[in-house]
Ligand binder design. Structure first.
Ligand code: ADP
Ligand code: NA
Length: 332
């Protein structure tokens, strides 16, 4: 039986979106308050599976840390650190590259989405990404991983890696990690196309709401969000064929910590002309203090680096004995 431990990470691959906030960071904060040990990482080794300008990468890593802290992660309660500063991730990632199978990787829908038509020209790291992600999680014997819905398949692969390792070596060493995919906004969609995920890694989508957007920008983006001409329904079933409407209601619910049912019982019957300004007010109320605090923290990059340096020391203290034991099991 493994002691409960929470791990998750975000790539410093661009400005944080409302999707990252609602699907991940806000949930990280909830779990921090649960009393379980929590580790939250900037997965920079993952970010470089696609090209990152070095100066941007450094900036985005600090900004991500600022986003974590501004949203409520407390470095004295959660271990906040950079993946590249804890080399055990890369080392266990290699061992897992020898456990995971080519066929498993080929089934990963995120690789297909990210590599696009030119998969032959994708980096080898992008293809093997889920093996490193399994290492990120299992190097801490993590039992719970809060993530958005897009990571479900990678979490299943993490369990497959743990099970195959345990089976191949006849041990009961790595836990079967549970994904924690909860809340109203596990998959925030693009505001201009309800069939696409809102993503910081998609530079072509100017409709996405960034955590650093000011009030006017947030208002403009929500006002322009694609909708349909009908009034809002008063029950969830009424959203089933209306992806754009459902997305805005999910965002409202997640921002206000309400159930979708409760939101619809309040706003059912309203037109979007009335609902959108309510959503603007709510989004500005929730996001503005965070972006203000992020900007304040970004004025002192040395302090951010200090926090991450301290976090990586604490992370290393947990990871090192687990890595040593893994090598020993493998015969090294
Ligand atoms: P992105 O896809 O925006 O580059 P990452 O791959 O770094 O983000 O994912 C960071 C975390 O944010 C993951 O837990 C992921 O599931 C979550 N996430 C990303 N986009 C969304 C979204 N649109 N809705 C909900 N959660 C999301
Ligand atoms: Na993602």
């Amino acid at each position: 039986v493994h002691t409960p431990r929470v791990f998750s990470g975000i790539q410093p691959s661009g400005g944080l979106t409302l999707g990252n906030y609602l699907g991940a960071i806000k949930r990280f904060v909830d779990m921090q308050e649960s009393g379980i040990e929590t580790l939250y990482c900037m997965v920079d080794l993952h970010a470089i599976t696609v090209w990152q300008d070095p100066a941007d990468l450094r900036h985005n890593t600090r900004e991500l840390a600022a986003g974590y802290i501004a949203a409520g992660l407390d470095p004295s309660k959660s271990i906040l650190f950079n993946q590249s500063q804890v080399s055990a991730h890369a080392e266990l990632g290699w061992l897992f590259s020898c456990i995971a199978r080519m066929g498993w990787m080929k089934r990963m829908t995120q690789f297909k989405d990210k590599a696009g038509k030119n998969a032959e020209n994708a980096s080898l790291g992008l293809f093997g990404y889920p093996a490193l992600m399994a290492a990120d999680i299992l190097i801490y014997h993590s039992t719970h991983v809060p993530v958005g819905e897009d990571q479900k398949q990678h979490l299943e692969l993490t369990r497959d890696v743990a099970a195959k390792f345990n089976h191949d070596f006849g041990v009961d060493f790595f836990p079967m990690t549970e994904p924690v995919i909860e809340g109203a906004a596990t998959r925030v969609m693009s505001l201009r196309d309800g069939s696409k995920k809102m993503s910081k890694s998609d530079p072509s989508d100017a409709s996405r709401i960034n955590m650093t957007d000011d009030a006017d920008t947030i208002a403009k983006k929500i006002r322009k969000a694609k909708t349909d001409p009908d009034a809002l329904p008063s029950e969830v079933e009424g959203l089933s064929e209306r992806p754009e409407a459902r997305n805005l209601v999910n965002i409202f619910a997640a921002l206000s910590d309400m159930d979708v049912d409760a939101v619809l019982s309040d706003v059912g019957g309203k037109q979007f002309s009335e609902f959108k300004p309510m959503l603007v007010d709510l989004a500005v109320e929730k996001l503005s203090p965070i972006s203000t605090e992020m900007a304040r923290l970004m004025n002192d990059p040395a302090e951010i680096d200090r926090i991450l340096g301290e976090g990586s020391g604490r992370a290393r203290a947990i990871a090192t004995p687990i890595l040593e034991k893994t090598y020993d099991i493998v015969g090294m």
